[in-house]
Design a protein around this ligand. Structure first.
Ligand code: FES
Ligand SMILES: [Fe+2]
Length: 354
């Protein structure tokens, strides 16, 4: 068997994609490509975020080469000014603004410290933003600001993120765990996504577990769950609770250690991806040294993935293939990509939507 690499399968467009961290958006325009489209992000005088097509309707000058001035974003060529809705509000030297003097505005909102941009044509419903448990709540600490640029098609990223088996081999020095490698992974599919998970039961707490919480003499049950919410949110959910404790949502949130490691994948082009990451934990919230070490370890892990994704992208481009054989651990990645394909199909043919 061989599966061909196809870089033209397109994107799910009716979705909120992470476009930038809030603190990146200032009164200096920021050019960023999302789903192949050139977009300029800026902050208006009333502090609203603008996300406009990065192209002046006059001579197509990139608006990101202009500046924030005169109450909006001013083109750096002849000075036309646009507001966050894409309407032209001033043209130097003339009073009349022609109706064609506008640029596409993308709906943009700020949440979880990120700017989210709706790239589709359908209704931009804030209820469809990702939901992050624990964020901003008492007892939880967040590491924010994580970003990497990856030279890989987002499908290669999804295959990586839905594949718990690679951690043993690719992340030997950080999260890899040889003892876990033979515990079978279960896969559950829901309406909005998929999870691949396993419980490792009745094992002694690791030294790190002991430092983070007093488990006394008790052994622990540990869940590692790789989640994918269509079409672009991935999170690894790790729960460590005293062995045998009931696995209620309350106990999992408060009865032991819990971390959520979020990645928001925003396709940049057919062959590159913006990788935003955010990490939440319910222990050692004020331990700065621990947090610094955790951040460094996460960055190391994500760099290992980044190097692998980049190398695979290169091989796919050179061979025109995606894979030449399939093994059991491919199940979750294949399911995730099929769900994406169906979403893309439904966007192209709305009559297929139920
Ligand atoms: S190109 Fe923007 S004002 Fe002329
Ligand atoms: Fe990884």
């Amino acid at each position: 068997m061989s599966i061909k690499a196809d870089f033209t399968q397109g994107f799910v467009r009716n979705h909120w994609y992470a476009a930038a961290w809030s603190e990146e958006i200032t009164d200096r325009p920021l050019a960023r490509r999302l789903l192949g489209e050139r977009i300029v992000l800026f902050r208006a005088p009333d502090s609203a975020v603008g996300a406009l097509e990065d192209r002046c309707p006059h001579r197509l000058a990139p608006l990101s080469m202009g500046e924030c001035a005169d109450g909006g974003l001013r083109c750096g060529y002849h000075g036309m000014v646009f507001d966050t809705q894409g309407a032209c509000i001033a043209i130097p030297g003339q009073d009349i603004i022609p109706p064609t003097a506008r640029t596409r505005a993308y709906p943009a909102v700020e949440r979880y410290g990120l700017v989210w941009v709706w790239t589709g044509v359908g209704k931009a419903d804030p209820a469809r933003l990702p939901r992050i448990a624990g964020y901003g709540e008492q007892g939880w600490a967040a590491i924010t600001g994580g970003y990497q640029h990856h030279h890989g098609n987002y499908r290669i990223e999804i295959e990586n993120l839905m594949d718990p088996a690679h951690t043993t081999f690719l992340h030997k020095e950080t999260i890899g765990n040889r003892a876990a490698k033979d515990v079978p992974v279960q896969v559950a599919q829901g309406e909005h996504g998929l999870k691949a998970y396993r419980w490792i039961e009745n094992v002694p707490p690791t030294p790190l577990d002991r430092k983070s919480r007093d488990f006394g003499e008790s052994h622990v049950d540990r869940q590692i769950s790789f989640n994918f919410e269509l079409p672009a949110t991935s999170f690894v959910d790790i729960a460590v609770i005293p062995a045998g404790m009931e696995r209620s949502e309350h106990n999992l949130m408060h009865g032991g250690l819990r971390t959520f490691s979020y990645k928001f994948l925003t396709p940049e082009t057919d062959s590159s991806t913006h990788f935003f990451w955010l990490h939440l934990r319910n222990f050692r919230q004020d331990d700065v040294e621990f947090e610094d070490a955790l951040r460094a370890s996460l960055e190391k892990t994500f760099n290992e993935d980044k190097d692998m994704v980049t190398a695979i992208q290169r091989e796919q481009e050179e061979t025109g293939l995606r894979q030449r054989t399939a093994i059991a651990i491919d199940r979750a990645p294949i399911m995730a990509l099929r769900m994406i394909d169906r979403m893309i199909e439904r966007e192209k043919n709305p009559q297929l939507a139920h």
